[in-house]
Design a protein around this ligand. Structure first.
Ligand code: PLP
Length: 417
């Protein structure tokens, strides 16, 4: 199949994923159903790899955005490494065959057990977010008779102009270490025998739609590198995190080419190996959530379209007020209605869309929640004792189940009677 611009598209009135009608997938696998396009993932990954080629970067896919092993395996084969934030994510990456030499580990609360697991696995880099963590890594490495490669995640105090709950690079955020004291951290690392400081790191938040936060923060990181150089401290890796925005409604994200242009002077001057950690950019528009309409409920003040997927399946709208386009899987040319599109969960925040103008569906009709490939299934839960959705990966006119639908037995599997 030739590369299509958008792997999710309408042919006449039917929504397709690659060459498969979504309604065929729904009929076969039921709803709620996460549907991913293999081509979309690989195309977006190739876009990042191609656009940043001049830097010979290590592209560490942010596992928390979509952690399915089949997805990790596919991206790993394409050359990706991984950005992880837990021992569980490391476990997944190893299962998926991602070489540990391509794995970088961030997060403010790494436990000693997780640090030990990561050292034993031989990951490339710990991005350290506090001095107690630095000492914990040193102690674990000493106990294992090894030396941990570390970088410091610095908080550049830059406003990424994204949602208050998804910005991470301002000084009041819990992430990273205050950039003003960077020299002290590297000196402290220099005093410890079982860590070797090789990296400098930032991650500003997500999604970011302007290049300016990156350039402002990079200017600050370069100033730190200059200071380190005057103290004969030299590094190897420059990790600039992820956060690249995508189109949910009609946002106009910057291109990878523009991103490359913006970071070029800084990366060149640093002389360091570039690491980037895109998550959403690679998977956000590579998946949708298909859901069935259970009821259409009309009240004097509002209409509700009640679906069989809820905030346990996709929590982004309640959590961040995120917008996802919602479209009929099969357009019928019915008149439109304005309705809140909500789930069955017993919470008022259980919604996927508010005041949406949409073709009036009937019970049993299917809707597609678009741009659900990132922070969709990976944030899902069993709240209200709802088995988690099935995930399928489509390749041209083939679909494979990459996570079966959970059963009621799965819900109680770990519990003790
Ligand atoms: C979440 C996260 C990312 C990925 O962010 P995206 O917006 O999905 O690109 C990268 N790095 C770190 C440290 C993160 O926590």
């Amino acid at each position: 199949m030739s590369m299509v611009q958008n792997p999710f598209y309408y042919k006449t009135r039917t929504l397709y994923c690659e060459n498969m009608p979504v309604r065929t997938l729904v009929k076969k696998y039921g709803t709620p159903l996460y549907i991913y396009s293999r081509q979309a993932f690989l195309q977006r990954y190739a876009e990042v790899a191609g656009g940043l080629k001049e830097f010979n970067p290590l592209i560490c896919f942010s596992v928390k955005s979509n952690a399915n092993i089949a997805i990790l395996k596919m991206l790993g084969r394409a050359g990706a490494g991984a950005d992880i934030v837990s021992g569980g994510e490391l476990f997944r990456c190893l299962k998926a065959g991602i070489p540990p030499s391509r794995i970088v580990y961030a997060g403010v609360g790494k436990t000693t057990a997780e640090i030990r697991f990561a050292l034993k696995s031989g990951i490339r880099l710990f991005n350290v977010e506090s001095l107690p963590e630095l000492h914990a890594i040193n102690a674990v490495a000493r106990g294992m008779g090894t030396i941990a490669r570390i970088g410091f995640r610095l908080n550049p105090d830059v406003d990424a102009k994204t949602h208050a709950l998804t910005t991470t690079g301002k000084k009041e955020n819990k992430f990273g270490l205050p950039i003003a004291h960077a020299l002290d951290y590297y000196r402290e690392a220099g005093r410890l025998a079982h860590v070797r400081a090789v990296g400098i790191d930032m991650h500003l938040g997500s999604p970011i739609f302007s290049l300016q936060p990156y350039t402002t923060a990079l200017r600050k990181l370069l100033a730190v590198l200059d200071t380190l150089a005057t103290h004969n401290i030299t590094l190897e890796e420059l990790d600039i995190g992820g956060g690249l925005g995508i189109t949910y409604a009609n946002e106009k994200p910057f291109t990878v080419a523009a991103f490359a242009r913006a970071i070029r002077p800084f990366v060149r001057r640093s002389g360091l190996r570039l690491i980037v950690e895109p998550g959403r950019y690679i998977c956000g528009n590579s998946g949708i959530l298909a859901t069935s309409v259970t009821y259409v409920k009309k009240t004097p003040v509002k209409n509700f379209i009640i679906t069989d997927s809820g905030m346990n399946d996709l929590i982004r709208p309640p959590l961040y007020g995120s917008y996802h386009r919602i479209e009929p899987v099969q357009k019928r040319g019915q008149r439109t209605m304005t309705a809140d599109i909500v789930g069955p969960i017993c919470e008022s925040s259980d919604f996927m869309g508010k005041d949406r103008k949409i073709e009036e569906p009937g019970a049993g009709d299917c809707l597609a929640v678009m741009s659900a490939g990132a922070y969709g299934f990976s944030m899902s839960s069993n709240y209200n004792s709802r088995p988690r959705a099935c995930e399928v990966l489509v390749s041209v006119n083939n679909a494979s189940v990459i996570r079966r639908r959970e059963t009621y037995d799965d819900l109680v599997r770990a519990e003790v009677r």
